[in-house]
Design a protein around this ligand. Structure first.
Ligand code: ADP
Length: 211
């Protein structure tokens, strides 16, 4: 089964992807992580992507679609799509790509969360550059300050998580990504992600997926 996790920046898509992959047989496709890997390796794609990401806007569709198409050549079953599709054009393209290999996006889990909590979550987020797990400086601290619990790497803040970038990212989400809620209404599962621990959100997702 292929699942899309849909939700605003900071809604918990990455964290829920971690749970779904650790506890089940899923593979995590995060276009954000793929771009950041390319940025870290200073590839041509990375240099291009960085100029968009640091402005809080989307990387052009043709670039992103091509990257996903490459990824799907090796992995097209039990994929958790995190951060892709991010607009209706990408959603149509993904349908085409999956169709051509007799696969489909089976369900869309929408993490519904109030705008008021998002900014706090994003500016307090630190991530492990090695395993990509994310932490919150107040609510989900690592066991040892500034070190990843799993591989002891130094945790980092994302450049685009700085306060001055966040409002543009939320605007991009509201204008371009939110219309996907309607686009996918035939396969949408809405999960309330407010005021709940990540593990509780995860349990709600698993319950909903059983139905
Ligand atoms: P978040 O969900 O917290 O915003 P991501 O790691 O998913 O973070 O994405 C970071 C940035 O990478 C986005 O703001 C955007 O610039 C770029 N990006 C990620 N996925 C896509 C996509 N599907 N299409 C275009 N740009 C993308």
């Amino acid at each position: 089964m292929n699942i899309l996790l849909l939700g605003a920046p900071g809604s918990g898509k990455g964290t829920q992807s971690e749970f779904l992959c650790e506890k089940n047989n899923y593979i995590h496709l995060s276009t954000g992580d793929l771009f950041r890997k390319n940025i870290g390796n200073e590839t041509e794609l990375g240099v291009l992507a960085k100029s968009y990401i640091n402005k809080g806007i989307l990387v052009p569709d043709e670039v992103t679609n091509k990257m996903v198409e490459e990824y799907l050549k090796d992995n097209s079953d039990n994929v958790i799509f995190d951060g892709y599709p991010r607009n209706v054009e990408q959603a149509k393209e993904l349908d085409k790509m999956l169709n051509s290999i007799n696969k489909m996006l089976n369900c869309v889990v929408y993490l519904d969360i109030d705008d008021s909590v998002l900014i706090d979550r994003i500016v307090n987020r630190v991530v492990c550059p090695v395993c990509k797990r994310s932490y919150h400086l107040i609510n989900r601290k690592p066991k040892v300050a500034n070190k990843c619990d799993f591989d002891n790497a130094d945790l980092q803040s994302r450049e685009d998580d700085k306060l001055d970038k966040v409002s543009k990212r939320l605007e991009t989400y509201n204008n371009q990504t939110k219309p996907l809620i309607d686009f996918y209404k035939d396969r949408l599962i809405k999960i309330n992600a407010n005021n709940k621990k990540p593990i509780e959100v995860y349990k709600d997702i698993i319950e909903a997926l059983k139905k």
